[in-house]
Ligand binder design. Structure first.
Ligand code: MRU
Length: 365
C-alpha cells in the first residue's frame, strides 16, 4: 500500500537494526499514523491483545515476528515452546494466529539453538511474503465478480459493494482480503462504491476501512451497522464482500460481530454474499462453526465507551451507556455456510462447503 507516495507493508523489520519489528498503531487511526517499534515478545503480545495490530492475517504475521524476537535473547527449545504458547493465547478466534505459530515451531524446533534466531527471522519473512502474494491473488479471483456486475449496469454506474469490519491492507501484510478485489477493480477503471459498516463497538469500518479506501481514492460511504438491510431492500447493494477470521471444513465463516445479520439480510434480498479468505484462515479441524469456534469476549468498556477526536483536535473517550447498565461484548459471530454465496481464495472461487473447499485445497484434506 502506498501512503503519500511511499510503499508500506503493515509489518516490517526495522532496516536500521535488522531485528526490531515495526507496525502501525491501529488504535491511533484514523487520527494519526503512528509507527511503533516492538522489541520483545511481551510487546508483541500487548500489541495483539490491545489491537494495535489486528485482522486475522496480520496478527499471525506479527506473532511470527514475535517468536523471532523471543529467540533473539534465548534461542532454547524451551523458550520456543513458551513463546508459541504465550502468543497463541493472545486472541482466540482468528485461526491465522495458531497457523503462523505452528508453522514457526515446525520450522525451528529441530534446529540447533545457534541457528534458530536467523531461521526464525527468515520464516517470519516468508509468512509475510506468502500473505502478500496470497492477498494479491484473492484480488485477482474476486475481480471478475465486480467486472460482471459492472457489465450489467448502465455505463459509469457504480458497483455498490457492502463490507463489514476491516479486511483491507491494514488487516493483512498488504492488499487485504475483502478489499483486494475492490482495489483491483478501482485500479482498472471500474466505478466502485463501497458501503462501509461502521462496525461497532471498535469501529474498524469507520476508522480503518474508510481511511484505507479514502487514501486509495475509492468512493465510499460509512453507514451505521443497522443500515445495511434497508439498503439491500432498496437495491442499493449489488454484492457483499467480507473477510473472515476462520472458515471451517463445512464452510462456516467466523467474522466480526454483525456479519451474520448482514448475511441474513443479503439472503432475504437476493444479494450475493461473498467471503474472501487466505489459506491460513482455513481450519479443517473444525466442522460446525457455530458449535465449535471460540468467540472472543472483549471488555464491556468497548461497548459503553466511544473514542473520537474533538473539534479542537483532542482524542477523547466518552461514555454513551447509562451508568449502572451492564454491557456484553462478543467480538465475532458465525455465518453458516448455507448463507454464503461463495468463497474467494488465492486458488480461485468455490462454494462454501466441504466439497468446494477440498476441490481447491486437496492438500488440506
Ligand atoms: O477483531 P479484529 O479487528 O481483529 O477482527 C477483524 C475482522 O473481523 C476482519 O474482518 C477479519 O479478521 C478479516 S481480516 C482480513
Amino acid at each position: 500500500m502506498r501512503i503519500d507516495g511511499t510503499h508500506y507493508r503493515s509489518v516490517w523489520v526495522d532496516p536500521g537494526d535488522g531485528w526490531s519489528v515495526r507496525i502501525f498503531d491501529q488504535t491511533r487511526l484514523p487520527w494519526s499514523l503512528d509507527i511503533l517499534r516492538l522489541v520483545d515478545e511481551a510487546q508483541v503480545a500487548h500489541a495483539i491483545r490491545s489491537m494495535q495490530v489486528r485482522g486475522a492475517p496480520l496478527i499471525g504475521a506479527v506473532a511470527a515476528h514475535g517468536v523471532a524476537l523471543a529467540l533473539r535473547t534465548d534461542p532454547s527449545g524451551a523458550n520456543l515452546d513458551r513463546v508459541v504458547a504465550m502468543l497463541g493465547e493472545t486472541r482466540p478466534t482468528a485461526i491465522n494466529l495458531r497457523w503462523a505459530l505452528e508453522r514457526m515451531r515446525a520450522a525451528l524446533h529441530n534446529l540447533p539453538a545457534g541457528e534458530r534466531f536467523a531461521a526464525a527471522q527468515a520464516e517470519a519473512a516468508a509468512i509475510c511474503d506468502d500473505d502478500v502474494e496470497t492477498c494479491r491473488r484473492i484480488g485477482e479471483h474476486g475481480l471478475p465478480l465486480l467486472r460482471e456486475i459492472a457489465a450489467r449496469k448502465p455505463p459509469g454506474a457504480p458497483v455498490n459493494v457492502l463490507t463489514h469490519c476491516n479486511a483491507g491492507w491494514i488487516a493483512t501484510v498488504d492488499y487485504g482480503t475483502a478489499l483486494s478485489p475492490i482495489y483491483q477493480a478501482h485500479d482498472e477503471g471500474i466505478a466502485v462504491h463501497v458501503w462501509v459498516d461502521e462496525t461497532r463497538p471498535r469501529n474498524q469500518g469507520a476508522a480503518l476501512t474508510a481511511w484505507e479506501l479514502g487514501r486509495h481514492g475509492v468512493p465510499h460511504t460509512v453507514i451505521a451497522d443497522n443500515a445495511g438491510g434497508h439498503l439491500m431492500q432498496r437495491a442499493q447493494v449489488d454484492i457483499c464482500i467480507v473477510g473472515t477470521d476462520r472458515v471451517t471444513r463445512q464452510g462456516d465463516v467466523a467474522n466480526k460481530i454483525g456479519t451474520y445479520l448482514k448475511a441474513l439480510a443479503a439472503r432475504d434480498n437476493g444479494v450475493p454474499f461473498w467471503v474472501a479468505l487466505p489459506h491460513s484462515t482455513l481450519d479443517m479441524r473444525v466442522r460446525d462453526g457455530v458449535a465449535e469456534i471460540p468467540i472472543e469476549e472483549r471488555a464491556a468498556a468497548e461497548v459503553t465507551d466511544l473514542t473520537g477526536r474533538t473539534a479542537d483536535g483532542r482524542i477523547e473517550t466518552i461514555r454513551v451507556v447509562a451508568e449502572g447498565s451492564a454491557a456484553a461484548n462478543p467480538a465475532f459471530d458465525v455465518t453458516p455456510a448455507c448463507l454464503v454465496t461463495g468463497l474467494i481464495t488465492e486458488r480461485g472461487r468455490t462454494e462454501a462447503s466441504e466439497a468446494g473447499l477440498l476441490a481447491l485445497y486437496p492438500d488440506k484434506a
